[in-house]
Ligand binder design. Structure first.
Ligand code: UD1
Ligand code: MG
Length: 516
């Protein structure tokens, strides 16, 4: 009789994870873009299972909430007290009495299991018409794991936990990888017969194998070619080890897909990231979440990208970028901080020590140095002077600033939002712009400069500054004379407007062209 091809997935995730020593349930610890539980669930994606049951216990509320986010179709089932893996599976199956066919059981803390491997296990099980099939692996150090005990004919006899094993059994290096497929009906029958007569006083799922063999049922062993896929996570050192292994696996995959990774040991790419051909990742680069890097873009060294998109041929150097879109050929950094809803158009530039937030910077526009651009729209081909602050917050609310196309704003400007600078407008260096600047206008908004001649000679006599001034020909007599006669006009003693002063007492030069 052929097996019905219906499949049920059971993920065991009720254990405490004591050795993690964490307030966070073990299943929720993150590992390159997913939680441990998220990785386990992802491994079952290709099985086409009719239902997925997740056994929750420790930290049940948090685990349920996480499940609702990452796998809303999965059914959490509470195992209020943890009496072992066999007990956990019985609790799961009691919740789905309708389940027949194959029952795939995996642990929530085995994150390196590949979908292909799980698929191979299920396919082998179904093809053999087995009552149960276990995923095994040959390892150098089997410490702490269940051992596969085979008879003289090479067939599986039983699985024994290390603490219950004889010295001869402990020497076996073929281990139980903790993933299994069972025939639902025969599994239910065997689970009803489990005892807790073992060193831990728990009901072991692994004892199902010995029971089935004793009843003359066919059981199988499917050996994983890559033993790292069966590695579990019990403490944070193991978590770090798993992270390194997954990093290498992910990096190898991308290099084979045509991405250059200059230093794979310091490049950390979440499994959720997408990369284009000929992208180059330099050292100390971290790509997280829903990040996408398009063809030919260069990222790093020293870059973190979180949930961000980098367009074709763009460059990002020594920067922290979150929730941002960087257009094709755009350039970011060194030392930029792009916060959520930052959008850079084609060829745009955000340079050194620049922070952006909710800011659109149009094609070809530049914010090269030392600036904060928040709640702003900058049009195309405009240049924002060095050390500019978009003053977006009035202490209560945020306001928006709009800069038009082909605008050139001077260095050290404050744009006090809400304010608009029109197309082709200029602003003078040092301006505090509090009202709109019409298209094509030059806005000058700053105090008049006054030079108090001879002040240093009089007030700081004998200092190196005074001596330098004297050497440069500053005239003590002239200054003193001005003081004696009380100087002219409104200027205090020794003070006069800057020579050559135009409008507002300021001097124009080539960097800051006047309109009149
Ligand atoms: C288990 C296997 C062992 C195998 C190893 C592979 C048994 C008896 N032993 O041992 O042969 O080599 O996995 O990693 O199964 N859990 C529950 N409820 C419980 C107990 C456990 O949900 O009552 C969950 C845990 O959260 C975990 C999984 O089941 O995700 C495995 O349990 P764990 O205690 O880690 O078993 P191991 O000692 O690792
Ligand atoms: Mg374990």
């Amino acid at each position: 009789m052929s097996q019905p091809r219906t499949r049920t997935v059971v993920v065991l995730a009720a254990g405490e994870g004591k050795r993690m020593k964490s307030a966070l349930p073990k299943m929720l610890h993150p590992l390159l873009g997913r939680t441990l539980l998220g990785h386990a669930l992802a491994a079952t994606d290709g099985l086409g299972a009719e239902r997925t049951v997740v056994v929750v216990g420790h930290g049940a509320e948090q685990v349920r909430a996480h499940l609702a986010e990452v796998a809303p179709a999965a059914t959490p089932v509470l195992q209020a007290e943890q009496h072992g893996t066999g007990h956990a599976v019985r609790v799961a199956l009691d919740a789905v009495p309708e389940a027949t066919g194959a029952v795939v059981v995996i642990s929530g803390d085995v994150p390196l299991l590949r979908p292909e491997t799980l698929d191979g296990l299920v396919t082998a099980h179904e093809a053999a018409g087995a009552a149960a099939t276990v995923l095994a692996a040959e390892v150098a150090d089997p410490t702490g794991l269940g051992r596969i005990v085979r008879g003289g004919d090479g067939q599986l006899e039983r699985i024994v936990e290390e603490r219950d094993a004889s010295p001869a059994e402990r020497a076996i290096r073929e281990i139980n990888g903790g993933s299994y497929v069972f025939d639902a009906t025969r599994l239910r029958a065997a689970l009803a017969k489990l005892s807790s007569d073992n060193d831990q006083g728990e009901e072991y799922l692994t004892d199902v194998f010995g029971l089935l063999v004793g009843a003359g049922e066919p059981v199988g062993v499917h050996v994983a070619t890559d033993a790292t896929e069966t590695l579990g996570c019990n403490d944070r050192a193991q978590l770090a080890g798993l992270r390194r292994l997954l990093r290498d696996r992910v990096n190898d995959g991308w290099m084979r897909a045509g991405v250059t990774i200059l230093d794979p040991a310091t490049t950390w790419i979440d499994v959720t990231v997408q990369l284009g051909r000929d992208a180059v990742l330099d050292q100390n680069t971290q790509l997280c979440g829903a990040t996408e890097v398009a063809e030919g873009a260069v990222v790093g060294p020293d870059v973190t990208l979180i949930d961000s998109v980098v367009g074709e041929g763009a460059t990002v150097l020594r920067s922290h970028v979150q929730g941002a879109e960087i257009g094709p050929q755009a350039s970011v950094g060194p030392y930029a901080y792009l916060r959520p809803e930052s959008r850079l158009g084609r060829n745009a530039k955000v340079g050194t020590f620049v922070e952006t937030k909710k800011a659109t910077i149009g094609a070809g526009s530049k914010v090269p140095h030392l600036s904060y651009v928040g709640d702003a729209t900058v049009g195309e081909h405009s240049n924002i002077g060095a050390a500019t602050v978009f003053v977006n917050y009035d202490g209560v609310r945020k306001h928006h600033t709009t800069i038009g196309n082909h605008a050139r704003t001077g260095a050290d400007n404050m744009f006090v939002a809400p304010v608009n600078v029109g197309d082709g407008a200029y602003t003078a260096a040092g301006s505090v712009i509090i009202s709109d600047v019409p298209p094509g206008a030059m806005a000058v908004a700053r105090g008049q400069q006054r030079n108090v001649e001879g002040w240093v000679l009089r007030k700081r006599a004998g200092t190196p500054a005074a001596e330098a001034a004297e050497r440069a020909g500053a005239e003590r007599a002239g200054a003193a004379g001005a003081e004696r006669t009380g100087a002219a006009g409104a200027a205090p003693a020794g003070e006069q407007a800057h020579p050559g002063a135009g409008e507002g007492g300021r001097r124009w030069d080539a960097r800051d062209t006047p309109t009149e």
